[in-house]
Write a protein that binds this ligand. Structure first.
Ligand code: PLP
Length: 346
């Protein structure tokens, strides 16, 4: 039976999110934290696995509310921010507008749901092409605009002034995806939430040490949260993740010092990459660095042979690879492997 013929036409042509696990000594491909914090959930949670989890995730919302200084009514929890992107597009539909290259899930989910999606190329500095963005907003009236800032995979923050212009011009919702905000020197858009009803912010625990828990949060106007909450599956966040995330919030100091290590390693890694012939790194405000190199496809394969997995982004940005900032040891290992891979001795 040809199931692909049976699938809806928009699914037939869809390519799944690429998340291949190529076993490698050093894994620097997925923007995870290299540090694992040793926490255990409250034992009571493990003694109640026969019961459904708290459908409203009350305790966790309280912890987030305290940390980010926003009201619980302005928070919606998701099984990763991916799920919240899904819910946003189910709730409001398209057209969905975003710059390219950016996080691929905005496009994949739009297409899966049969919604029109529009990608506007970034300018040569990887910043928003504000004139084209504004013209497209006027012409297509997108229901949703996704702006990942810092942007994945380019690593830079978009100009705050351009983001503001887009929020002001849009009759739809502007989602600023701040998955990498903790690594950025800019202050982000949380303080502007009360000024703009159509602004929504995405955050996640995935890049700061807890990718496995799948905990993301949407922060927005209460009315917006209430609409999205209508499509949320009843028990989308399991009890173990809820409890572990609560524990994570008790370790804010540890997390913050790890983030400091990662950002200072990022600067060192940038310097090291700059010294290598035929390699040019792009400045980054995130926990990864995109870099250009000759014959990126070959270098990518040689890196694997030399024990390091990075992300090949050549299809999005010509001849470029993305490396996640690891521990100092991992970064040293990567730099050595990269020198070997470029030198041709792999
Ligand atoms: C990694 C990433 C996400 C996904 O986060 P999860 O919470 O793990 O689903 C969302 N947005 C961007 C820009 C990302 O890079």
């Amino acid at each position: 039976m040809d199931f692909s013929k049976l699938a809806r036409p928009n699914i037939r042509s869809l390519k799944p999110y690429e998340a291949k696990e190529i076993p490698c000594k050093v894994k620097l491909d997925a923007n995870e934290s290299p540090y694992c914090i040793d926490i255990t959930p409250d034992k009571k949670v493990l003694q109640r696995l026969n019961r459904y989890p708290d459908p409203e995730t009350k305790e966790l919302k309280k912890a987030i509310s305290k940390t980010l200084k926003v009201n619980s009514d302005n928070i919606l929890l998701g099984n990763g921010s991916d799920e919240l992107i899904y819910y946003l597009i189910i709730t409001f539909g398209g057209p969905v507008l975003y710059p390219v290259p950016t996080f691929s899930m905005y496009g994949i989910i739009s297409q899966a749901l049969g919604e029109k999606n529009i990608g506007i190329p970034l300018n040569k500095d990887f910043d928003l092409d504000i004139d084209k963005m504004l013209a497209t907003i006027k012409k297509c009236n997108p229901k949703l605009i996704f702006l990942s800032s810092p942007n994945n995979p380019t690593g830079n923050c978009f100009s705050a002034e351009s983001i503001l212009k887009i929020i002001e011009a849009s009759k739809g919702i502007v989602v600023v995806d701040e998955a990498y905000q903790p690594f950025s020197s800019e202050k982000g858009f949380l303080p502007l939430l009360k000024d703009y009803k159509n602004l929504a912010i995405l955050r996640t625990l995935s890049k700061i040490g807890f990718a496995s828990l799948r905990v993301g949060f949407l922060i927005a106007d209460e009315g917006l949260i209430n609409e999205v909450n209508k499509v949320r599956l009843p028990f989308n966040l399991n009890s173990v993740s809820q409890a572990m995330a609560l524990e994570a919030f008790k370790n804010k100091d540890v997390i913050e010092s790890q983030i400091k290590n990662i950002t200072s390693e990022r600067e060192r890694l940038f310097e090291e990459l700059s010294k290598i012939n035929n390699v040019s790194p792009y400045p980054s405000e995130a926990n990864f660095i995109l870099f250009k190199t000759k014959n990126a496809d070959i270098v990518f394969q040689k890196l694997i042979k030399n024990g390091v997995l990075v992300r090949n982004l050549s299809s999005a940005v010509k001849d470029s690879l993305r490396v996640t900032v690891g521990t100092p040891e991992e970064n040293n290992f990567f730099i050595k492997a990269l020198r070997k891979s470029i030198g041709g001795k792999a």
